[in-house]
Write a protein that binds this ligand. Structure first.
Ligand code: AMP
Length: 401
């Protein structure tokens, strides 16, 4: 079965066409600057030359059309007709409290995605346009929604409830939802499998450390807590996001700088995090280079980031009353051994011992702790596209039964 995985961001669309019989990627690519001047498609068919199309894309529908054309193209294409794509899996940001799993898309599902526009204002509208574009271009091909929030729906009330007047939860569904769910699900599952942990009882912490960063506590394969909240702003320090701060800071900056709450939220989302502290970059590679050449604030930003991750790990060990494994994933978690070491240096009290040699291995699943370590530490490369395709196949197979 060939599954097309679509991930529509606010102004981008990432895609992969995966042959699920062999789990191989037939083609992948990205449309950038959708709705903005200078939009382009970069299409990478496996084993063929890449195609770059610079062409205006006024909306996500135009982008989906361009992707389909590329997939079917005589020279750069990988399928001969649309019938060779048997299903589409959509990454959808917010499913509110309505979905705790992936679901076949119908009118009800689209209504819920629409109802969650307020909760995911940048992504949910783009996700819905992507879905409707596929409906109009692909007719009855089954489409599945895989929600970023779904894996975290098993959190207990004590973890997801904010200590606000309860009526706000009842009236507006204000609570912690959590994000990066597909990655936390995939990586915790692989950590249990690869780390040979008990499927029902193991206590795993997943640290998804990329430009966006989040952490989750998973008991027996089910999420019991996670760091992101109502929106992906809460929790860890990120590339450009502040993560946890005293909410009074918002009012304080608004008053001092004579800015609106929306403006301050924009600062917390786009101009804060390691970029905000360092003034150098949101990319940890730039930060590392700047720190090495003596930029003190770049080093401080790295230290603040690492410290926050270590504190969250400590709090999740307390929440689960123990931990069997910690799994690092995403751009930084997979590639930056120095960050992993710095985080684990805080965790000596847990009996964690890293193998300096194993901590250098890249691009594969690996246990980076020594056999003497009381907690297994792993690197598990995340694969959100494959996870979405796996979910899609699961739902479509049920449909056929
Ligand atoms: P992601 O959002 O998962 O793509 O992760 C992006 C972050 O991962 C950026 O801050 C990068 O600096 C970091 N990253 C990605 N690749 C590498 C690498 N090869 N070495 C160090 N950091 C990396």
């Amino acid at each position: 079965m060939n599954v097309l995985v679509l991930n529509c961001g606010s102004s981008s669309l990432k895609y992969q066409l995966i042959d699920m019989n062999t789990r191989s990627v037939l083609a992948k690519g990205i449309c950038e600057k959708i709705g903005i001047e200078g939009s382009s498609l970069t299409h990478k068919p496996t084993g063929k030359e890449q195609l770059v199309v610079n062409q205006p894309m006024p909306d996500h529908k135009a982008a989906v059309k361009l992707v389909m054309d590329a997939l079917l193209d005589k020279k750069y294409g990988v399928v001969k007709s649309m019938n060779e794509i048997q299903a589409v899996g959509h990454r959808v940001l917010h499913g509110g409290k309505f979905y705790s799993g992936s679901i076949l898309i119908n009118d009800d599902v689209k209504r819920v995605i629409r109802e969650c526009f307020d909760l995911g204002p940048l992504h949910n509208p783009a996700n819905l346009i992507g879905i409707e574009a596929c409906e109009s271009l692909m007719g009855s091909t089954p489409q599945v929604a895989v929600f970023d929030t779904a894996f975290h729906q098993t959190m207990p009330e004590k973890a997801y409830l904010y200590a606000l007047p309860y009526e706000y939860y009842e009236k507006y569904a204000i609570r912690k939802y959590g994000f990066h769910g597909t990655s936390h699900w995939y990586v915790s599952g692989r950590a249990i499998e690869f780390g040979k942990l008990d499927k029902k009882k193991s206590k795993v912490i997943v640290a998804h450390l990329g430009n966006g960063a989040s952490i989750s506590a998973v008991v027996g394969g089910k999420c019991v807590d996670t760091s992101m909240g109502l929106t992906p702003l809460e929790g860890l320090v990120m590339g450009t996001r502040s993560g946890d701060i005293d909410p009074a800071v918002v009012q304080y900056i608004a008053n001092k700088e004579k800015r609106s709450v929306d403006d301050v939220l924009n600062i917390l989302n786009k101009k804060s995090g390691v970029l905000g502290i360092s003034g150098v970059s949101s990319d940890f590679r730039d930060l590392e280079a700047a720190a090495k050449s003596g930029n003190k604030l770049a080093q401080t930003a790295f230290d603040v980031f690492v410290y926050r991750v270590a504190k969250y790990i400590g709090s999740y060990v307390a929440a689960m009353n123990g931990v069997d494994a910690i799994a690092f994933t995403a751009g930084l978690g997979e590639n930056n051994g120095a960050a992993r070491k710095a985080i684990c240096d805080y965790l000596g009290y847990l009996g964690i011992k890293l193998s300096a040699k194993k901590n250098q291995i890249r691009g594969e699943e690996v246990v980076i702790s020594t056999p003497a370590s009381k907690v297994k530490v792993l690197v598990i490369p995340t694969n959100e596209e494959l996870a979405i395709a796996m979910e899609t196949v699961k739902i479509v197979k049920k449909l056929k039964k």
